[in-house]
Design a protein. Structure first.
Length: 248
């Protein structure tokens, strides 16, 4: 009997067993990796959804009070009819603005600008040639009328600080648009709160995007006013239930 033949068969069987075992291990590893990968993706998506919901609640609460204050001020007869009133009435308005600013530390400025170029604001001297009518907050309110503007990020004309302005057009006793009342909040204050990383994913951070995709608040100022779809080169659709700001 030829023992060399037995050894050859034995070697072939051993070789085949090794190959089969390696193949099984590789396939099992790929399957396990795939399961772990998609499980990780699923968990990450769940964390992101949870954080987005928390951010949405925070932003909704933060801006709802601003919207309500703007709405309240827009119904004030003195603020509506400022161009036709005297210095005493103007001072009453400024006192009201100051009181509200002191009550809510999230408010940077409360002010109203008018078609005649007049500006009512505390602790701020506009530069020479300042015209409120051409400012972004004024135009946003006019375009959104009779609603409150969704919010517009812009740089202060004087110190270049980035602000978010919520504004509403004013209607005087003759039912004509007399001007705009607005409230400014600092972008940095909100963005710094949103950019804090999550406990599980340290690279995560939050920012605010309007329903049309325009970035409203972001700690990277170069992203402001850009569309998120253009930045990531991928079209994004937003769930209306997760809107960044309350609409009124």
């Amino acid at each position: 009997m030829n023992n060399s033949g037995k050894m050859t068969i034995r070697k072939e069987l051993f070789k085949s067993s090794i190959i089969l075992s390696c193949a099984i291990i590789i396939i099992f590893s790929i399957l396990l990796s795939s399961i772990l990968y998609y499980s990780g993706i699923s968990n990450a998506n769940a964390v992101i959804r949870q954080k987005n919901q928390a951010v949405n609640f925070f932003i909704d609460g933060y801006f709802t009070k601003i919207y309500n204050t703007v709405q309240f001020l827009a119904t004030n007869k003195k603020i509506q009819n400022t161009p036709s009133l005297g210095p005493d009435a103007h001072q009453d308005i400024l006192n009201l603005y100051k009181t509200l600013e002191n009550i809510d530390t999230d408010i940077n400025y409360i002010y109203s600008g008018y078609r005649n170029g007049y500006l009512l604001i505390n602790n701020y001297i506009p530069p020479v040639g300042f015209n409120p009518v051409v400012r972004p907050w004024y135009q946003a309110a006019i375009n959104a009328a009779p609603n409150i503007s969704d919010g517009v990020p812009y740089q202060d004309i004087k110190d270049k600080e980035w602000l978010v302005s919520i504004s509403k057009a004013l209607t005087d006793d003759e039912n004509k648009t007399s001007g705009v009342v607005a409230i400014d909040c600092s972008i940095d204050k909100v963005a710094n709160l949103l950019k804090k990383p999550g406990e599980k994913y340290r690279s995560s951070y939050g920012f605010v995007v309007k329903p049309d995709g325009e970035i409203l608040i972001h700690h990277e100022k170069s992203f402001l006013k850009k569309n998120i779809s253009d930045i990531i080169n991928f079209p994004i659709r937003f769930d209306k239930k997760m809107a960044s700001l309350p609409t009124r």
